[in-house]
Structures are given as C-alpha cells and as structure tokens.
Design a protein. Structure first.
Length: 300
C-alpha cells in the first residue's frame, strides 16, 4: 500500500511538461467553420427564397397578392389557386412538356454519346477543329437564332407542332452533353476496351458492352441536366407553338392571365406544380446523379 501511495505521489510531482498534452482545437478552426456555415446558409437562402415566396403566394387569395405593402406569408392559407390552376389546360400542357422534354433528351443523349466517344477515343482529321466549331456555335444566344429557326420550321411545316420543338431542343442540348460525356469517357481506362477487342469484340460491341455500363452514372447526370433545360425552355416554346401545343412554361402564363390582369396566386400555384416532376425525378435518381457528378473528382 505504501508503494502505491509513493508511486502516485511521484506521478503528481512530475512537471507538467512530462505529462501527456491533450490536443486542443484552435479557436480559428471554429471561427472558420462558422463562417463557412453562415455563407452556405446565405447561399441556400438566396437560391430557395424565390421558390419559397412562390409557395407562400400560391397559398394566398388573389386580394392578398395585390396588397401594398406586400406580405410574405398568407393570412389565411388556401388551396383555391391550385384547384383553379388544375381546372384549366395545365394537364394538357403537362403532357406536351413531358413528350417534348423526354423525346428530345433521348435524341440528344444518343447523338451526344456517340459524338463524345468519338472525340474521346478515336483519331481522325480535323477532330479539334470540329469540336471547336461545335462549341463556337453553342455560344450564340437563343434570341439571335429564333428567326432563322422559325423560317426552317416553317419550310418544314413543323410550326405549331411538338416535333417543331423537339428538333431544336435536341440540337441545343448537344454541345453541353458532348463536353460532359467526353470527360467521363476519357476517365475510363483504355485497357478495358483493348482487352475486350483482344477477346474478339468489335469496337462498337466493346463500346456497348464495356464502356457504356461503366459510364452509366455520367449518362444519368447528363440526361438530367439536358431534361431540366428542355423542361424549363420558354423562348422557343413561345414562338413556335400555339395554344394546343403550348408547353408548361408558356401554358402557366396563359392559365393565370385574364384580359386585363394577372392572377399571381394562380401563376405561383402553376409554377409550383411545374416544379414537382423535376423534384420527384431528382429524388428518385439522386444517387446516380450525385455519383455521376462526382465521378471525375475520384479518379484513381
């Protein structure tokens, strides 16, 4: 017992420099983390504020939306605006948007996949020049191209038809899709393809059976980006369609407008309804989209 007490006394008598020092977090670490969280919260608030305001406006009455000063929250929330929006032609506009966005996305992805693979893997004359031309023509703003495309569609008798929207949508999504998919194809080891060719597969079969399954996350991420762009497109849909072929971005404006005024509650309700399919789609494909967007950052 005496030896134990003596050992404890010696341990207590040791200088503090001999004792094991406990690591302490520096105050600057907490300050930096706080700043990052605050900035992130502000960015999220800025991004979501318009949609939150639209959601609040959709729950107001038409009288509340025109009060001065404007109110951010409804005094008596109601779903009347959603009922009135659904009673109009918004269901028909939904169908038009689904058809045009889906078909144009499929066409874009097929063409972009083949083009991106050719640019990433094959060697041919003027490859860089062709790629630069593709990027160059994609820099022109859509407003400049409205009239030339209108004349082309008029000569093809495609005005006021859904194919008249699918055609330009399929073309305008190509440059971005090609660039994104090129990065994914370049990250796939060439040895996989060479081994498949040595085993007797043709280049096309190696592309279908080996390369495409590896790049599925990238294909999903690119398809989502193209689909969202086609779903939200407004300028071409406004100029190349009529009442029966309106898509949702144009249709929600006509649903909320009367002869002299605009019902902002119905407009906000229709806007919320138009966002729901995108939210559901991204939630269902969240893992594939996130893995596709981060695949290039984890290249081993």
């Amino acid at each position: 017992m005496a030896q134990t007490l003596q050992a404890e006394h010696q341990h207590q008598a040791q200088p503090s420099s001999v004792r094991t020092k406990q690591p302490r977090r520096r105050p600057i670490f907490f300050l930096t983390s706080t700043i990052i969280y605050v900035i992130s919260a502000l960015i999220l608030l800025i991004q979501f504020f318009p949609m939150l305001w639209a959601l609040a406006t959709s729950l107001m009455t038409s009288q509340e939306t025109t009060t001065v000063p404007a109110t951010l929250l409804p005094a008596h929330p109601t779903l009347t605006s959603y009922v009135e929006a659904l009673q109009g032609e918004i269901g028909h506009y939904y169908v038009n948007s689904v058809i045009t966005a889906s078909v144009s996305t499929v066409i874009t992805m097929v063409l972009a996949t083949l083009a991106a693979y050719a640019f990433a893997r094959l060697r041919f004359r003027w490859k860089n020049i062709i790629l630069l031309l593709v990027l160059f023509f994609s820099l022109f703003p859509p407003l400049v191209q409205v009239i030339p495309i209108y004349q082309i569609l008029h000569s093809l008798h495609l005005l006021n038809t859904l194919p008249g929207l699918i055609l330009p949508y399929s073309v305008f999504g190509l440059p971005l899709a090609v660039l994104v998919l090129m990065a994914f194809f370049q990250d796939v080891p060439v040895e996989l393809e060479e081994a498949a060719i040595v085993d007797g597969l043709s280049r096309f079969r190696a592309f279908i059976q080996i390369i495409l399954p590896v790049t599925i996350p990238g294909l999903f991420a690119t398809a989502i980006i193209v689909f969202v762009g086609n779903w939200n497109e407004y300028l071409f849909a406004l100029n190349y369609t009529s009442t029966k072929t309106y898509t949702l971005p144009v249709g929600i404006v006509t649903v909320s407008q009367t002869e002299f005024t605009t019902n902002f509650a119905i407009l906000s309700a229709a806007t919320i309804l138009s966002v729901i399919p995108l939210v559901v789609l991204i939630m269902l494909l969240e893992r594939r989209v996130v893995s596709g967007l981060t695949a290039g950052a984890l290249k081993g």
